[in-house]
Design a protein around this ligand. Structure first.
Ligand code: G16
Length: 544
C-alpha cells in the first residue's frame, strides 16, 4: 500500500550528553521522552553514518516501555532521509543477536537496536538505542564519536508524516511511506535458520526425547518467543520448559539480568532436590546467558573456556577454532584452552564492539565476556540462546552432566576463581576520589603489600591499529592474582565502579571452594587499594 507522506524539517537544539557508552545511548525513559530527544539522536546517527539513498536498515527492540514510540520516530525519520527499506520485527520485537543476523543475511547497511539490555524497564526506568553497522555489530568507537559530534552540532531534523496504517508494526508484509518500504518480518524465522545451520538439532531433540529436563527463564523479556519456538516447538522440550515467556513492557517489574542475583528463582530451582538437568536464562534483549546444571553454576569465563574446548563436537565449529578472545577483565580460563589448542587468544577492552574487527578479519571464532556474554562469528553480537544451544549440543554429544563437564574441565586446566563486585550509584565525587587514588598507585606503584605491579590497560587493535587507552586499572600479584578497576559505561544513574578479582588454582589444588572464600584476601585488598573504608563505602551492591 502506498502512503503519501509530507516531509518536514524541524528546527531543534542539541541535547548535551547524547554520547553512546559501552553499548549505545542509555538514559532514563523520561530523558528520551523529552520533545525532539530521540529524533535528534536518530538524525545525528544518519548525519554521522550517511546511509546511501535507498539503503536498507534493520530495526527492532526488546519490547520495553517506549519501544514503540522510538520505533515510530525511526520510521518517520528514515523515510525523510532517503532510506529505501526498513526491516522491522513484528510488534517491534527483535533480539539483539537476531538484528545482527538480519543485517548480515539481508546485506543491510546497518540497523538500530532499541534496548537498555538488562536494565529495568518502565516509565521511570531505562531505555536505550544503539546503532549497528553493516557487519551486524555495534558501531565501533570512531563511528560512535562521530554520532556524538553530530548530536552536538544538530540544528534540525527531517521527518515524514505517516498515517496509522504505515505505522502498523503488527501485521506482517510490506507497506510504503513515500519512497520507503517497511517490511514486517517474523522475529524468529531467520534466527532459527541460523541456529539450525550451527547445531545438531536432531541430536538435541533426541536428548529431550529421552526425558532430559530443562528450565529456561526468559525473564519476561525478548527471548520468550525465541525460546518457546526453538526449545519447545522445534526441539520438543516439554511445554513449560520456558518460563516468563511473554515479553512485557516493564519485564514484569523484574530486572532481566541473568545472574545469581536477579535470576535467583531459577538458581533456587537448580539447587533444589529434583532439579532439572539444565537451567539457563537470558536478558532483556537476548544477548546474555547464564548456564546452570543440577546443583551447578557455570561462570561466564568457565563457560567460554568449556565451549572452546568442546567446539569440535558441534557441527558449526567441527573444523576447529581460528582463535578466541575475551575482554581483559574476564577470567583467563579460556587462555589455557587456547594454549592447549595451539590457537591465539586476544584480550580486548570491555564492550562487544571490540570483537568486531577480530571476527571480521577471521582471527577468532569464539569470544566472551564476564558480563554473561558469549558469542561467535555467526553474528557480530553476543548471543544468549546460541550459548544455550551450544551447551545443549555438547550435553547431547557427550552424554555427561553439566557438573561432570565443569569438574573435568577444572581437573585438566585448573580453575580461575573469579568474582565481580559492583559498587553502584556512587556520588560522582566519591567515584572520582577513588579513581584518583587508584591512578596514583598506577603511577607510583601499588601501596598494598603483596602486589607487584599496577598499570592501565591499553588496547591496540591488531586489525586496524587503533588504540583505546585507560580501559581498566590492573593490580597484579606475583603469583597471578589480580584486581582490576573500571567505571561502568552502561549505567544511567550515578557512577558504578566494577572491581574484577581473580586468582588461579592449579589442577592439583583445591578446586571446590566458593569463589568469595577463595578470593577473600584479594577482595580485602581491593577495598584497601581503592580506599573504600576511608571514603565510607560499604559492601558492594552486587556480587557476581
Ligand atoms: C554491554 C556490552 C558488554 C559489556 C557490558 C557491561 O552489554 O555490550 O560488552 O561487558 O555492557 O559494560 P559496563 O561494564 O561498561 O557496564 P549489554 O548486555 O548491557 O549490552
Amino acid at each position: 500500500m502506498q502512503t503519501d507522506s509530507a516531509i518536514r524539517t524541524v528546527q531543534t537544539r542539541p541535547f548535551p550528553g547524547q554520547k553512546p557508552g559501552t553499548s549505545g545511548l542509555r538514559k532514563k525513559v523520561r530523558e528520551f521522552q523529552k520533545p525532539h530527544y530521540i529524533e535528534n539522536f536518530v538524525q545525528a546517527t544518519f548525519d554521522a553514518v550517511q546511509p546511501p539513498p535507498g539503503a536498507c536498515l534493520v530495526v527492532g527492540g526488546d519490547g520495553r516501555f517506549f519501544n514503540r514510540e522510538a520505533l515510530e520516530a525511526i520510521v518517520r525519520i528514515a523515510a525523510a532521509n532517503s532510506i529505501g527499506r526498513l526491516v522491522i520485527g513484528r510488534g517491534g520485537l527483535l533480539s539483539t543477536p537476531a538484528v545482527s543476523n538480519l543485517i548480515r543475511r539481508r546485506g543491510a547497511f546497518g540497523g538500530f537496536i532499541l534496548s537498555a539490555s538488562h536494565n529495568p524497564a518502565g516509565p521511570d526506568e531505562d531505555f536505550g538505542i544503539k546503532y549497528n553497522i553493516g557487519n551486524g555489530g555495534p558501531a565501533p568507537e570512531a563511528v560512535t564519536e562521530r554520532i556524538h559530534a553530530c548530536s552536538e552540532a544538530i540544528r534540525s531534523y527531517r521527518i515524514a508524516d505517516a498515517g496509522e496504517s504505515a505505522l502498523d508494526l503488527d501485521s506482517p508484509g510490506e507497506r510504503q511511506i513515500g519512497g520507503m518500504t517497511i517490511e514486517i518480518v517474523d522475529p524468529v524465522a531467520d534466527y532459527l535458520a541460523c541456529m539450525e545451520g550451527l547445531f545438531d538439532f536432531e541430536r538435541i531433540a533426541s536428548l529431550f526425547g529421552r526425558g532430559f529436563r530443562m528450565r529456561f527463564d526468559a525473564m519476561h523479556a525478548v527471548t520468550g518467543p525465541y525460546a518457546k519456538q526453538i526449545l519447545e516447538q522445534r526441539l520438543g522440550a516439554p511445554e513449560g520448559t520456558v518460563i516468563n515467556a511473554v515479553p512485557l513492557p516493564d519485564f514484569g517489574g523484574g530486572h532481566p539480568d541473568p545472574n545469581l542475583v536477579h535470576a535467583h528463582l531459577l538458581v533456587d530451582e537448580m539447587f533444589a532436590p529434583e532439579a532439572p538437568d539444565f537451567g539457563a536464562a537470558s536478558d532483556g534483549d537476548g544477548d546474555r546467558n547464564m548456564i546452570l546444571g543440577a546443583g551447578t553454576y557455570v561462570g561466564p569465563g568457565d563457560s567460554l573456556a568449556i565451549l572452546a574446548n568442546h567446539a569440535q563436537l558441534v557441527p558449526g565449529y567441527a573444523a576447529g577454532l581460528k582463535g578466541v578472545a575475551r575482554s581483559m577483565v574476564t577470567s583467563g580460563a579460556v587462555d589455557r584452552v587456547a594454549e592447549a589448542l595451539g590457537i591465539p587468544c586476544y584480550r580486548t577492552p570491555t564492550g562487544w564492539k571490540y570483537f568486531g574487527n577480530l571476527l571480521d578479519a577471521g582471527l577468532i571464532t569464539l569470544c566472551g565476556e564476564e558480563s554473561f556474554g558469549t558469542g561467535s562469528d555467526h553474528v557480530r553480537e553476543k548471543d544468549g540462546l546460541w550459548a544455550v544451544l551450544f551447551w545443549l549440543d555438547i550435553l547431547a554429544a557427550t552424554g555427561k552432566t553439566v557438573a561432570q563437564i565443569q569438574q573435568a574441565h577444572w581437573a585438566r586446566f585448573g580453575r580461575n576463581y573469579f568474582t565481580r563486585h559492583d559498587y553502584e550509584d556512587l556520588p560522582a565525587e566519591t567515584a572520582e576520589r577513588m579513581m584518583e587514588r587508584i591512578a596514583e598507585q598506577v603511577k607510583n606503584g601499588p601501596s598494598e603489600p603483596g602486589f607487584a605491579e599496577a598499570f592501565d590497560f591499553t588496547y591496540v587493535d591488531p586489525v586496524d591499529g587503533s588504540t583505546s587507552s585507560r580501559q581498566g586499572s590492573c593490580f597484579h600479584t606475583p603469583d597471578g592474582g589480580r584486581v582490576v578497576y573500571r567505571l561502568s559505561g552502561t549505567g544511567t544513574a550515578g557512577a558504578t565502579l566494577r572491581v574484577y578479582i581473580e586468582r588461579y588454582e592449579a589442577p592439583a589444588g583445591d578446586l571446590g571452594l566458593d569463589p568469595q572464600d577463595a578470593l577473600a584476601p584479594l577482595i580485602q585488598s581491593s577495598r584497601r587499594i581503592a580506599g573504600m573504608d576511608t571514603l565510607g563505602i560499604g559492601r558492594p551492591s552486587a556480587i557476581t
